[in-house]
Design a protein around this ligand. Structure first.
Ligand SMILES: Nc1ncnc2c1ncn2[C@@H]1O[C@H](COP(=O)(O)OP(=O)(O)OP(=O)(O)O)[C@@H](O)[C@H]1O
Ligand SMILES: [Mg+2]
Length: 338
């Protein structure tokens, strides 16, 4: 079966190694434990695994074990019978039942309570479970994939995670390396996100200056791909130039590079008296003579209107033209709104 890693950007050797293992385990029914720091793409990888498995036409059912209180998690996972607890007004299926034939993704399994861990172990070993408050044993035809950003071996050593479940889950460990170990992938990802966010905001794609590239590449990215993704979204909104330069980068990136961020540029200096436009001004603005003069005229018209609080007589006086001439000029520019 083809490995489908669409949407997972990167060509670094460490990521290719992950793909190599993924290609081997995806078609099997083995339990897989994905580990890696927060934001490294664990969920993205697990979805690719399901897409590349025999079960890809069956449900993919994720559940975040860290986001659901313990009392509710058991019923979320296994369902409950009517009357099992105060608010159980009707019988409900759990995620294992909903995932029949497919894959259950136990995200943040390191957060799971020890007493529930026993029940997960039973599903893995006996392929069966009961609803909360139920007596009927149900069969579970599901593949289980789990992920955590905790060091489960340490959790086991410290008594917070069951050793037997750890070994049962860890049949095939897949470790996603942090972004800082993926070399040039940082830049591939930066460009990928810039294309996506600039496109989404209808602006032409921002570039990266050589110096900014170097700083992005060497930054430690504690929040991994998620941090990079959020940062590029911010740039797509805030960056005013055509490319991202070191000045656009936040202080933590400068600090990481062992440099001090220069103070922000001084407020625009007040004009040092009048300077006649030169040809270079036309070239800089990419305008022809007529457009340039029109632009100058329009700015002066608007300034005069502004200064006179919209009173046209006064504005015309400020400009040294007749009121009718002013109105004519405003009409031509569709600036005349009364
Ligand atoms: N290689 C990649 N290519 C493209 N996008 C990626 C890649 N890795 C991660 N992302 C994106 O980064 C974000 C974080 O990824 P994901 O949620 O899979 O990380 P995670 O390891 O599950 O994080 P957490 O531990 O915080 O739950 C997502 O928006 C995801 O689409
Ligand atoms: Mg996640």
């Amino acid at each position: 079966m083809e490995l489908n890693v669409e949407g997972i950007i990167g060509t670094s050797p460490v990521l290719k190694e992950v793909f190599r293992i993924l290609a081997k385990v995806a078609p099997t029914d083995s339990t897989v434990l994905v580990t890696g720091e927060s934001g490294t793409g664990k969920e993205l990888l697990v979805r690719a695994l399901h897409r590349s498995s025999q079960r890809r036409d069956q449900p993919f059912v994720p559940i975040n074990c860290g986001a659901i209180p313990r009392e509710l998690l058991e019923s979320e996972l296994f369902g409950h019978e009517k009357g099992a607890f105060t608010h159980a007004v009707r019988t409900r299926p759990g995620r294992f039942e909903l995932a029949q034939g497919g894959t259950v993704f136990l995200d943040e399994i390191g957060e799971m309570d020890l007493s529930l861990q026993v029940k997960i172990l039973r599903v893995l070993q006996e392929k069966e479970f009961e609803k909360v408050g139920g007596t009927k044993t149900q069969k579970a035809d599901v593949r289980v994939v789990a992920a955590t950003n905790r060091d489960l071996e340490r959790e086991v050593a410290e008594g917070r995670f069951r050793e037997d479940l750890f070994y049962r889950l860890n049949v095939i460990p897949l470790h996603l390396p942090p972004l800082r170990e993926r070399g040039e992938d940082v830049l591939l990802l930066a460009e990928f996100f810039l294309r996506r966010f600039c496109g989404g905001k209808g602006r032409s794609c921002l570039g990266l200056s050589p110096e900014a590239r170097e700083m992005l590449r060497t930054y430690q990215w504690p929040g991994n791909v998620r941090e990079l993704e959020n940062f590029m979204e911010r740039m797509a909104i805030l960056c005013e130039g055509e490319s991202i330069t070191p000045e656009d980068l936040p202080e933590k990136i400068w600090r990481d590079a062992g440099r001090e961020r220069p103070p922000p540029p001084p407020a625009p200096a007040t004009p040092q008296g009048f300077v006649w436009p030169v040809l270079q001004d036309l070239r800089d603005k990419g305008l022809g003579l007529k457009e340039f003069l029109d632009t100058v005229e329009e700015r002066l018209l608007l300034e005069a209107l502004n200064e006179s609080g919209g009173v046209k007589n006064q504005a015309a006086e400020l400009l040294g033209i007749k009121r009718t001439t002013l109105i004519e000029k405003l009409k031509k520019r569709k600036l005349d709104n009364n």
